[in-house]
Design a protein around this ligand. Structure first.
Ligand SMILES: Nc1ncnc2c1ncn2[C@@H]1O[C@H](COP(=O)(O)OP(=O)(O)OP(=O)(O)O)[C@@H](O)[C@H]1O
Ligand SMILES: [Mg+2]
Length: 300
């Protein structure tokens, strides 16, 4: 079983409109509501590939109930810790363009976080890997992902962290198996003009087992204990890039659990990222794109 952690689980709402009149009344053509947050997207991809998953994290209030109801309806196993605050909604208004409104998320208390940590510890005995991703809700310390990764490590469970900002900077201290920033996230975590490979190597020296830097249609760079690789995509996939990183992370988790050699692991993971771009919603993959890209990708 792969456990995914989504501390800032969300209800992703999409309004489809013809166009937006900011000073008038807008007719919404269609509304879609579904459970979101990066760990939920990772779990959707893993489940689609037939792997056992468990969605964990925090959810509360009416929005949290809608999130858990949607996970149940989607057949995704979940064990979210309940909190008093209302989980956040992210709103995408899609017409000629897409405009996003992301709520900040609830304030989490120390007691709620301790309850989550206890539940998480209890799951580690049955976990093959944990995936820790996304933003932190208010009230959660910046080093919490490092703490979760360290606890997993104590149980011999590899952790994969996909974070930004301070949680990313702290992540290596928890000695996760893999940290997966994208290029912007890694660049922001280091002083200006730090070369990419040096930044990744510094994260390894600070404790990360491997650093996989995703670069959109330019593929990825992996700096690992067994060597460095670049994966180059055979072509640019057109579509919705949101969630490509989550599909990549799902592939890395599968590779860690199976013990796949790095070049194959990276080819599979990067192809899953590309396959996610070909689908309009995050958390889904296009199987034909996956097969084509995995066959033609260059990892060296
Ligand atoms: N347009 C594209 N064409 C082909 N492959 C892509 C494309 N965009 C992304 N990929 C693949 O998906 C991987 C992850 O994409 P990206 O670097 O955009 O992740 P990200 O910025 O973390 O995304 P998100 O956080 O929205 O999920 C890339 O390393 C690459 O292998
Ligand atoms: Mg990302």
């Amino acid at each position: 079983m792969i456990v995914t952690v989504t501390l800032n689980a969300a209800l992703d709402v999409t309004y489809q409109v013809d166009r937006v009149d900011w000073n008038g009344v807008n007719r919404v053509r269609a509304v879609h509501r579904r459970a979101g947050g990066k760990g939920v997207n990772v779990a959707r991809v893993l489940a689609a590939l037939g792997h056992d998953v468990l969605v964990t994290g925090l959810a509360g209030g009416p929005t949290g109930q809608a999130v858990t109801a949607d996970l149940t309806a989607a057949g995704l196993p979940h064990a979210l810790t309940s909190i008093a605050g209302d989980s956040r909604t992210t709103l995408a208004v899609t017409g000629e363009d897409t405009t996003l409104f992301n709520e900040p998320g609830p304030e989490v208390t120390g007691e709620e976080l301790a309850r989550f940590a206890d539940a998480y510890d209890g799951l580690l005995a049955d976990a093959d890997a944990v995936v820790i991703s996304g933003s932190l809700p208010r009230g959660v310390p910046d080093d919490f992902y490092a703490t979760l990764a360290a606890r997993a490590g104590e149980h011999g469970v590899p952790a994969i962290v996909d974070a930004d900002g301070e949680p990313l900077r702290h992540a290596p201290a928890g000695r996760p198996a893999i940290i997966k920033p994208n290029l912007d996230e890694l660049t922001r975590a280091f002083p200006a003009r730090t070369p990419l490979e040096s930044a990744a190597e510094l994260m390894r020296e600070a404790g990360a087992g491997a650093v996989v830097v995703s670069m959109g249609a330019d593929g990825l760079l992996a700096v690992t204990g067994e060597g460095r690789w670049r994966a180059r995509m055979p072509y640019r996939v057109e579509g919705n890039p949101t969630g490509a990183g989550d599909a990549l992370v799902a592939g890395l988790a599968l590779g860690v659990v199976a013990g796949t050699p790095w070049p194959e692991r990276l080819a599979l993971a990067a192809a899953l990222g590309a396959a996610a771009v070909a689908r309009p919603v995050a958390g889904e993959i296009d199987h034909q794109t996956f097969l084509t890209v995995q066959r033609d990708i260059d990892v060296s």
